[in-house]
Design a protein around this ligand. Structure first.
Ligand SMILES: [Zn+2]
Length: 465
């Protein structure tokens, strides 16, 4: 029984072993399969993750490569006749947009115009970085002895490229494949070196908003159409001439410009372009009060003046000026006429061409007159023979190095400029290099020095050639 039991037991045990063997094998097999499965699943998972990552890298790379790139851009805004102290003088006119622009950007004590402090010579100096004797636009009106012709705006001569000796910034840009869009800048409608701005919006007396909307139309879509832009506002100058620089009309004109600056900035901000755009707001000259009791009529002293000399400044628009350009019909009369004028020198200065102050930078050009009569600040010159009444209460043109009322402004705001930075004054021939630097284009030879304006820029901006 015992044996039986034992046998039973043995048998049972053996049977049990036999019966359990497949189970153990099965268990053994199942254990090996599970590890293999786990490794396979893990490998599969890793491959899937790597594949997803790889695809993601490819997709993001393609998106990045296809995404339009926006390079640095510059907008020059000229507010004609914006005198350096107008913001203080007209602070009650709520010029909030200009003040915010200045607070968050860079400003200079004043922008020094070149001589004469007139619109055309200064817009050309800002655009070229050259003094008048180097860019050739010596005044709004000038005579050329070789051409035997007189330049004056709104005449066919203004559109003749032969008068323009300098290279404006838009020509420098276009030559280096940087597209420009220019509104009403002096010379921008003339083919200079065979080049015109790609986009042009000629001067017209249309409302300012139409000009701003033209500019904004170039900022539609993902990438703006140009990298160099200009915009021009004329009413601050117009009202300064008509009503005088202390008039409320000038304050209202400034307020209207301020509204336009606000509209422009808000729209560009909504379209996310301000991070790429440096905006420079500047003026060509200032404005001073004039009156009938401060006019010198040269033919009161020299009655036959018109008989012996060509007087350039005649006609309704230039019957009264800060200077008179005199070229005697007979060269032998130059010295005697000079001495005659010198004898009556009062509230004006008389210069022979060779003695004109060097810092005027006009005498080394053939368009400089033989004799220059220059009224002292606040005084005007004319001839009774012109027979024109004085119809303005503001004027400009005097030497801005001695007359603070002739000085302009420069405010700058954008990624390249320091924030909340106030600088001393700079000359307007420095602006050309500044714009070339921001656009990363090579400047043509000019009278500016980049080191004089580099301090206006953020320090991480590198120095260009
Ligand atoms: Zn002007």
């Amino acid at each position: 029984m015992f044996e039986d039991d034992s046998d039973d037991y043995n048998m049972s045990n053996t049977e049990s072993q036999i019966e359990n063997a497949p189970l153990i094998d099965s268990l053994k097999y199942k254990t090996g399969s599970s590890v293999a499965n786990t490794v396979t699943v893990a490998l599969g998972f890793m491959i899937a993750i790597l594949t997803v990552l790889f695809i993601a890298v490819i997709v993001f790379t393609v998106i990045f490569l296809l995404k339009p790139r926006i390079s640095s851009m510059v907008l020059l805004i000229s507010i004609d006749g914006f005198r350096s102290d107008y913001l203080e003088q007209f602070k009650d006119y709520d010029l909030k947009n200009l003040n915010a622009f200045i607070e968050n950007g860079t400003s200079v004590e004043f922008l020094l115009p070149v001589y004469p402090s007139m619109t055309y010579p200064n817009h050309m100096s800002i655009a070229t970085g050259l003094y008048a004797e180097n860019h050739g636009i010596l005044n709004n009106r000038m005579y050329d002895p070789v051409f035997n012709a007189t330049y004056y705006y709104n005449t066919p001569e203004e559109f003749n490229s032969r008068w323009y000796d300098g290279e404006p910034i838009w020509v420098t840009a276009e030559r280096q494949r940087v597209i420009s869009a220019i509104h009403a800048w002096a010379g921008s409608h003339v083919s200079i070196k065979g080049i015109l701005p790609t986009y042009r919006w000629p001067y017209s007396t249309r409302p300012d908003k139409e000009n701003v909307d033209w500019l904004l139309s170039l900022f539609e879509g993902e990438v703006p159409k140009a990298r160099l832009y200009t915009l021009y506002f004329e009413d601050v100058d117009n009202y300064g001439h008509t009503y005088g620089p202390d008039s409320e009309e000038v304050g209202k004109a400034l307020k209207e410009v301020d509204d336009m600056i606000g509209y422009l900035m808000d729209t560009l901000a909504k379209r996310n372009f301000l991070q790429y755009l440096d905006i420079i707001i500047l003026s060509d000259h200032g404005m001073a009060s004039v009156s009938e009791d401060k006019v010198i009529y040269l033919d009161d002293f020299i009655p036959d003046l018109l008989d012996i000399a060509y007087i350039l400044d005649r006609g309704n628009e230039t019957a009264y000026g800060t200077s008179v350009s005199i070229t005697p019909k007979n060269p032998k009369d130059i010295q005697p006429l000079y001495e005659e004028l010198k004898n009556i020198e009062e509230e004006f200065d008389v210069y022979l061409k060779k003695d004109i102050p060097e810092h005027f930078h006009i005498k080394n050009h053939r368009r400089c007159p033989e004799i220059l009569v220059l009224a002292r600040p606040g005084w005007l010159l004319s001839l009774k023979a012109f027979n024109v009444d004085l119809d303005m209460r503001g004027a400009h043109g005097w030497d801005a190095t001695v007359d603070p009322l002739m000085r302009g402004v420069l405010f700058a705001n954008g990624p390249s400029f320091k924030k909340g930075y106030k600088s001393g004054s700079i000359s307007n021939v420095e602006i050309y290099n500044l714009v070339c630097h921001i656009l990363k284009i090579n400047p043509s030879p000019n009278n500016g020095t980049f080191a004089n304006v580099q301090h206006l820029l953020q320090q991480n901006v590198t120095v260009s050639k």
